[in-house]
Design a binder for this molecule. Structure first.
Ligand SMILES: *[C@@H]1O[C@H](CO)[C@@H](O)[C@H](O)[C@H]1NC(C)=O
Ligand SMILES: *[C@@H]1O[C@H](CO)[C@@H](O)[C@H](O)[C@H]1NC(C)=O
Ligand SMILES: *[C@@H]1O[C@H](CO)[C@@H](O)[C@H](O)[C@H]1NC(C)=O
Length: 383
């Protein structure tokens, strides 16, 4: 097969297929780990072993269709998006990956550290079966990741259906500056998010019936929390023009937050997540806390249905890894402290010798001289 002639998205789709889990009940989130294997140089890769041999030879439109039908676990509506805009699929995958990476960064010191199970249907494993606040965070951050990735790609001009918002360019604002440059346009990213990411929940309702309605509503709500977060964190950037930066003309554009900032804010929402009532037959979400039941739940509040397990002891049936062997911090008093991380079981101490170059000096000309230093640090791991 002549992989070089395939446009970027088609190639990515083929690569995705190499990593398909052999499970039909997958969720779209695994696109985030599947695309970890995406390589930019087609010639360096072997033909995908798991894809059907005739795939590369079919015409582009049918290639889109056949690729989409091979991606497991897509709901009907998701398959429609895939067929209509196959070039969006790798971008959605990149968005899921952005969410996963940020989740791991936010939780690196905690008992549940956003572990990825690459053999499982939804990348996060069985942990998502529980309607906990960790699950709430996963939905919000991956949904936000999709909006972010799609919008960035639109601004770069790499998707055909969208671009920067330049509708106001040239207009002068009341404050005296003028619109100019590339304003990130969230509309398309949010639209794709609602259409693609949310569609997974509709399927879930159909399959699992009424009992999972509240859970579906919880997921949809948290998806929206993720999208709204990006909207709320939009800011304006300006550039000055004029003689030596005199700023006689100032042009400004709207820009998305850095995704790390989105992660920080969603982590705070996670900490304040609202527990909701489990009323299987009703879709509307209500607070569990009686005293506050009248207060409607806002789009800026993450919601969960169940208390979190403590994640201390390994339990594969629930997708819990346990904290045995995790590195802890003896001097910290936060989540990474040996007390909290090891759940009171205690920890092992190990001496680690590190030999490295130190006290380096630059000697004219041109030499760098260093000393060899040995440092000994203690490594603490949970029992
Ligand atoms: C976007 O498109 C340009 C050229 O059209 C290409 O060089 C670049 O790699 C693309 N970027 C991504 C992230 O796909
Ligand atoms: C998360 O914790 C598990 C053990 O519970 C460990 O094997 C894994 O490397 C950790 N992952 C990250 C990303 O820190
Ligand atoms: C342990 O925690 C302390 C206090 O929070 C911090 O200063 C230190 O860098 C941490 N050590 C490691 C190895 O992370």
């Amino acid at each position: 097969m002549d992989a070089k002639k395939l446009p970027y998205w088609e190639f990515s789709c083929l690569i995705l297929l190499c990593f398909l889990p052999a499970i039909s009940k997958a969720s779209w989130m695994w696109l985030g780990i599947a695309s970890l294997g995406t390589v930019n140089q087609p010639s360096d890769t072997n033909p995908p072993a798991s894809s059907s041999p005739g795939l590369a030879r079919t015409q582009p439109t049918t290639l889109g269709q056949s690729v989409c039908s091979l991606v497991p676990g897509l709901a009907h509506e998701q398959r429609t998006v895939c067929e209509q805009r196959p070039e969006a699929i790798p971008v959605i995958g990149a968005g899921a990956r952005l969410g996963i990476t940020e989740c791991q960064r936010q939780f690196r010191d905690e008992r549940w550290n956003c572990t990825i199970h690459d053999q499982e249907q939804n990348a996060f494993g069985k942990v998502l079966k529980t309607g906990s606040r960790e699950t709430a965070f996963v939905y919000a951050i991956t949904s936000a990741g999709v909006v972010h990735a799609v919008t960035k790609t639109c601004s770069l001009g790499n998707l055909t259906d969208c671009s920067c918002d330049e509708s106001r360019n040239g207009m002068v604002n009341a404050e005296g500056w003028q619109w100019g440059g590339c304003s990130d346009n969230l509309d398309y990213g949010i639209h794709i998010g609602r259409q693609f990411v949310d569609a997974g929940e509709v399927r879930r309702d159909e399959e699992e019936g009424k009992s999972s309605r509240v859970r579906g509503a919880m997921n949809l709500h948290n998806n929206e929390v993720g999208r709204q977060m990006i909207q709320q964190l939009m800011s304006r950037q300006c550039r000055c023009h004029g003689v030596s930066g005199s700023c006689t003309v100032k042009s400004c554009w709207n820009t998305m937050p850095d995704f790390l900032v989105v992660g920080d804010h969603l982590k705070k929402r996670y900490q304040r997540s609202v527990e909701i009532l489990n009323r299987p037959s009703k879709r509307r979400l209500r607070r569990k806390d009686r005293a506050q039941r009248k207060a409607p739940i806002g789009r800026d509040e993450m919601v969960h249905l169940e208390r979190s397990p403590n994640y201390c002891v390994r339990d594969p049936s629930k997708g819990i890894m346990g904290t045995l062997g995790r590195e802890c911090n003896r001097t910290s008093d936060g989540a990474s402290s040996c007390d909290l991380l090891c759940c009171g079981r205690g920890y092992n101490t190990q001496e680690v010798r590190l030999v490295e170059r130190c006290d380096c000096r630059f000697i004219w000309c041109c030499e760098v001289k260093c000393r060899i230093c040995e440092t000994v640090t203690d490594l603490y791991t949970c029992k």
